[in-house]
Design a protein around this ligand. Structure first.
Ligand SMILES: C[S@@+](CC[C@H](N)C(=O)[O-])C[C@H]1O[C@@H](n2cnc3c(N)ncnc32)[C@H](O)[C@@H]1O
Length: 352
């Protein structure tokens, strides 16, 4: 099984990356009344699916194929794959996503297989269901618009809610982290997952204030950060990067992706596709590195007399250039601007 070492520090985030830092842009279309995500009017809006046609094209759904959508969300990608006749295991750790998608996709009967859990455990989920291999795995990372929009979930600093940020219903909340972690650990995640330049100051101030007044709500933390690090005319809210870092930590987003990548070759049938849609450079770099290491037929070292076959050659890269949203999609859905999709195909002939 391929092993990735933990993500390294100091990764450059795109200024519009991930959920946290696109806060100002993500819902632009929605407020302009242009929401088009979610297919069933009775169910209401959930999420505007990103790179829909592109992801479905590369997943190549068809009758007789078994696919995993590891980030079911509102079921946008899954719906199209079901329409093409595939059986789709839709994994989500959020019971509310499963409830919404379950209603939306009920018409596909047994072809839609909801799975409550973490996509990182996809190999286990499939083994428990007696599935030996799948023909495609898709993950569309991050949180859904619905999760982000719900004040109660605590992802957004512009909506007053509990400082929670869990995608699922288990584990430490952002409030647990902010109110109990050591200053050095807070500083580390603010820097590594948010590239927050004021990570020292913010971590120190949090620790100074939290005993007297624990940070329990989104706005309480956001307003405090704004007080400590004034905007000085900047459009982006000073709490953006700290919120992003907390979200990544609370949900172990990088650990989940690493776990999926490391087991993907074992999960996929020969010819099966792996499609990953990332929204920030920490994720994309991990995918890129993994695919580089597992798509090389040979490995070489200066001290070797000749290159050797790569024992971890599991994939062929399907699209050399990463796939990004076209102008039309970006103008409809600002979040798609930072989406990067990488696709690889499981090679036919190696034993794992
Ligand atoms: C961006 S949304 C996916 C939207 C979906 N593709 C659509 O078209 O509606 C991401 C979803 O993945 C879920 N998610 C994120 N990380 C997860 C993980 N490690 N395991 C399971 N679900 C996860 C979130 O709860 C959220 O519902």
């Amino acid at each position: 099984m391929f092993k990735l070492t933990p993500a390294t520090a100091n990764s450059a985030f795109s200024p519009l990356c991930g959920t946290g830092s696109v806060l100002s842009g993500w819902f632009r279309n929605e407020s302009a009344g242009e929401r088009s995500g979610g297919s069933d009017d009775d169910l209401g809006y959930y999420h505007e699916t990103v790179l829909l046609e592109e992801a479905v094209h590369f997943m190549a759904p068809a009758r007789g194929k078994v696919l995993i959508d590891g980030t079911l969300g509102g079921g946008g990608h899954t719906e199209k794959m079901l329409e093409a006749g595939a059986v789709v295991y839709g994994v989500d750790r959020d019971p509310q996503a499963l409830e919404y998608a379950g209603k939306r996709l009920a018409r596909f009967g047994e072809n839609f297989k909801p799975v409550k859990g973490n996509y990182t455990d996809s190999l286990k989920h499939m083994q428990e269901r007696g599935v030996d291999g799948v023909d495609g795995i898709l993950v569309d990372l991050g949180v859904s618009s619905w999760q982000f929009d719900e004040a109660e979930r605590g992802f957004s600093f512009s909506k007053d809610g509990p400082l929670d940020m869990r995608m699922g219903d288990e584990g430490e909340t952002a409030a647990d982290i902010v109110n109990s972690w050591d200053e050095a650990d807070l500083r580390k995640i603010f820097w590594e997952y948010g590239e927050e330049k004021s990570s020292r100051k913010i971590a120190a101030r949090i620790c100074e204030h939290r005993d007297a007044t624990p940070f329990l709500t989104t706005t309480q933390l956001a307003e405090s950060i704004e007080k400590w690090c004034p905007r000085n005319g900047k459009r982006i809210h000073p709490a953006t990067k700290v919120f992003q870092a907390l979200r990544i930590e609370v949900n172990d987003e990088l650990g989940a992706l690493r776990g999926l990548l490391e087991t993907s070759a074992e999960l996929l049938n020969p010819g099966g596709r792996l499609c990953v849609i990332s929204f920030h450079s920490l994720e994309d770099r991990m995918v890129k590195r993994f695919l580089k290491a597992t798509s090389a037929k040979e490995i070489d070292k200066k001290e070797w007399p000749a290159p050797k076959p790569n024992p971890e050659y599991y994939f062929n890269i399907v699209s050399r250039k990463p796939i990004t949203a076209g102008e039309g999609e970006v103008s409809r859905n600002a979040r798609s601007r930072s989406a990067i999709m990488r696709v690889a195909e499981r090679v036919e002939s190696v034993e794992i």
